[in-house]
Design a protein around this ligand. Structure first.
Ligand code: NDP
Length: 296
């Protein structure tokens, strides 16, 4: 293996410590950043995420509230809960854990969150601000985390060709918007690819920085990577593996073993992009509290 491993666990730990320091400073002025997470139903994966978010908040010295609603909660009741949290002065950041049950309209839910508390950055106001390069935009946690990984690993984005595989609203699109902004962690030339892209491997091979967010186990192989490129693997996939006690293993969208022989730097799965997401959520909650203090 020749690639340098970009260690998401270590970088996330550093960011969480920095956030905790700033939270302590803000708390000394009587402002304790608060994050509320609403979970509808008992989806096991979502419950785990929500618990880790609450734990991470407390570790950073933040106020945390978890609101668990039954799976048959009506849309109207969920919207009323959002209204109540929107009006709660102790809460600076609010997110609704996705996915919500099928009888609830996700867009309506996301649009009901006060944009000033929208720490997931999914409200159209924040999406618009991100596109405009407005510094008060809440950057969606996963691409914001990737940008931090690039910055903190010394990967030069300025002038680099970044190819993003996947155009989802939570990863691919905001990633493209972050990388084309001017300034540190930006100034890249960006190509966004998707399932209709012709010659995907050829596109990927032209990347200095390749960000892969597809949701297909180990789809990107060494033939799609330029020697020396930086490869960021966002995918989280479960693959059956009878040799393991739990019967499966977790892997990314990139074939790590072969790609790490070609790439200059690579994020592992697990331990790469995943840990960054909660760190950036904490950072966004701190940002929300700071912006409110500044009256912005
Ligand atoms: P989506 O399913 O929303 O988007 C997948 C994208 O991949 C789509 O744009 C789709 O194209 C594209 N795609 C699918 N098949 C192909 C193909 N054969 N060739 C090229 N492009 C293809 O996924 P997400 O963005 O939400 O998530 C992607 C992965 O990242 C998942 O594994 C998810 O679990 C993981 N993830 C990890 C996070 C973390 O914290 N590490 C956070 C968020 C997601 P089209 O639009 O044309 O359908």
């Amino acid at each position: 293996m020749s690639a340098t491993i970009i260690d998401g666990v270590a970088i996330a730990k550093t960011i969480r410590a920095e956030v905790a320091e700033q939270v302590a400073a803000l708390s000394a002025h009587g402002i304790v950043p608060g994050l509320a997470v609403i979970l509808v139903g008992e989806d096991p994966a979502s419950s785990i995420y929500v618990r880790s978010k609450g734990k991470a908040c407390k570790e950073a010295g933040m106020h945390s509230e978890t609101i668990i609603l039954p799976a048959d909660t009506t849309e109207a009741d969920l919207l009323a809960t959002i209204d109540r949290v929107n009006a709660d002065p102790l809460i600076h950041g609010l997110l609704v854990q996705l996915p919500v049950p099928a009888h609830i309209d996700t867009d309506k839910v996301l649009r009901r969150i006060d944009p000033a508390k929208d720490v997931d950055g999914f409200h159209p106001v924040n999406v618009g601000k991100l596109v405009l390069g407005d510094p008060t935009a809440f950057k969606p946690a996963t691409p914001a985390g990737i940008q931090q990984m690039l910055l903190r690993s010394g990967v030069e984005t300025r002038g680099a060709h970044a190819v993003i595989v996947g155009r989802s609203t939570i990863v691919g699109r905001p990633m493209a918007n972050l990388l084309i902004q001017s300034g540190p962690g930006g100034d890249a030339t960006v190509t966004v690819t998707h399932s209709r892209t012709r010659d995907l491997a050829g596109m990927c091979r032209s990347a200095d920085i390749l960000v892969v967010a597809i949701g297909r186990a180990e789809m990107i192989g060494a033939d799609a990577v330029k020697p020396g490129a930086t490869v960021i693997d966002v995918g989280i996939n479960r693959v059956d593996d009878a040799s393991l006690p739990k019967g499966y293993r977790v892997c990314g969208d990139v074939a790590f073993d072969e790609v790490s022989k070609v790439a200059g730097a690579i994020t592992p799965v697990p331990g790469g992009v995943g840990p960054m997401t909660i760190a950036m959520l904490l950072s966004n909650t701190l940002q929300a509290a700071t912006l409110r203090q500044q009256g912005r």
